[in-house]
Ligand binder design. Structure first.
Ligand SMILES: [Zn+2]
Length: 436
């Protein structure tokens, strides 16, 4: 059968989706991997897969995509990019957060199989979520599979390198932003924004201080978390700090560094699998276990002291915490999550015959069009062109503003450029800093 895997993020999912594709090919399936946001709809209409593997369902675009797939006879398989939660943690959440975790939209009628990480979260989903237990399969910790692929390339001689892996995306959100699924005006977001902004300020100070004192002993690199852009850091860190481009995969970046400084990230576990010591500096992760996987420090002096005591090449992971995460959250970390996922997919598809009936173009229905708004489907006098990065349709409206796409409901900002101002080029900014 032809299986289309639709990748949500370059950084987090692409390598894992490639591994899953390799495993599926061993069962004689034909597999294509495309971008979920920018290519799924074209791929479905032109390549006509018998089954699709899509990320966690949330939002109208994703719901519309799987509804159409179901209508056209395509098998829909969801692979969750994140681990979810353990039972105790889930029970402690308020109802809004619970709903976000389970999926705010009822995708049950349109999904045939959901692949998750750990068995405990699978049981939580089966009890409270949208699918019955037999459609939910725990496969193990997907994110860590790439670390079990043997890489025998030798690295050239270089100074020992500290990687600063940031995690402060909420600091850059618009002040009135409210996470989809949370009630409007919820203070949760405002609190988080302050935590992220304060932690980023402390990091920038620490980076300057470390570079000033230790640039002869160490090299320094910086990698942003998905959701943050490197541009935020280019003119705020010393020019000798190498900034990785936005889509850089963590497994590739970690292979060339010696010490990781993070703020409560799963990267700590990825580093551990490569025998890289890690420090959690100014933790922003609310998860009580994940935040404690690495030793935690809050002050610059403690960070400096800890760095002087670490041994490159020796992991400093707190094993009892990691064991608890494996038991309650991730499931096995053994490099075989994609292998298990491929087996579940193959079992699900076995004996099925291709029955898809897919049109040659995605139907364009402006089902989220709000009349009376300043937005128009046909150009009117004085209108500016708007285009949706998600479903790629064109519509018309004022020069500057925020609207939901009338076709897929994605929120889009359009800002006017001042005369003579060039559109900022992310790539150029990053490259020049990297060469810096
Ligand atoms: Zn759209």
């Amino acid at each position: 059968m032809l299986i289309g895997i639709y990748t949500l993020t370059q950084q987090r999912d692409k390598f894992i989706d490639e591994m899953l594709a390799e495993e599926l090919r061993k069962f004689d399936h034909e597999v294509v991997i495309r971008s979920y946001i920018h290519g799924a709809r074209e791929s479905i209409c032109y390549e006509k897969p018998d089954a699709v593997v899509v990320p966690m369902i949330g939002g109208e675009y994703k719901m519309d995509t799987i509804k159409k797939c179901r209508e056209w006879g395509v098998e829909v398989i969801v692979r969750r990019g994140e681990a979810g939660m353990g039972r105790d943690q889930f029970n402690d959440l308020d109802d809004n957060r619970k709903e976000l975790m389970l999926g705010h939209w009822d995708y049950g009628p349109y999904v045939d199989l959901e692949l998750v990480w750990g068995p405990e979260f699978a049981a939580v989903l089966a009890q409270h979520g949208h699918l019955p237990a037999e459609k939910i399969k725990a496969c193990g910790a997907f994110a860590f599979d790439p670390y079990f692929v043997k890489d025998l390339t030798a690295h050239p001689d270089r100074k020992e390198t500290i990687l600063f892996a940031t995690g402060f995306s909420t600091a850059d959100c618009l002040p009135d932003y409210c996470e989809t699924g949370l009630p409007e005006g919820s203070s949760y977001h405002e609190e988080l924004q302050k935590i992220h902004a304060d932690a980023r300020a402390a990091w920038l100070k620490a980076i300057h201080e470390l570079v000033r004192c230790y640039k002869d002993e160490w090299d320094f690199e910086l990698k942003v978390r998905p959701g943050e852009t490197p541009v935020v850091y280019t003119d705020k860190v010393p020019s000798c700090v190498k900034i990785h481009p936005e889509g850089a995969s963590s497994s590739e970046v970690l292979k060339t560094i010696d010490v990781l400084v993070h703020s409560g990230s799963t990267l700590a576990i990825e580093a551990h699998l490569l025998n890289i010591p890690a420090i959690n500096f100014c933790n922003v992760n609310p998860d009580p276990l994940l935040s404690k996987v690495s030793p935690m420090v809050e002050q610059y002096g403690e960070l400096e002291f800890m760095l002087s005591r670490l041994m490159p090449g020796v992991s400093n992971v707190r094993q009892p915490i990691l064991d608890e995460l494996i038991d309650h959250l991730y499931g096995p970390i053994d490099g075989k999550a994609c292998e298990r996922a491929a087996r579940y997919i193959d079992n699900h598809l076995s004996g099925k015959v291709s029955k898809v009936n897919i049109p040659t173009a995605w139907p364009q229905e402006a089902k989220y069009f709000v009349s009376g708004d300043t937005l128009h489907l046909e150009k009117q006098e004085g209108d500016f062109r708007w285009s949706c990065p998600c479903c790629r349709v064109i519509f018309w409206g004022e020069q500057e503003g925020t609207h939901n796409c009338p076709y897929c409901n994605m929120k889009i900002n359009r800002t006017a450029m001042k005369p003579g101002e060039k559109e900022p080029s992310r790539k150029r900014a990053v490259v020049s800093s990297t060469l810096g």
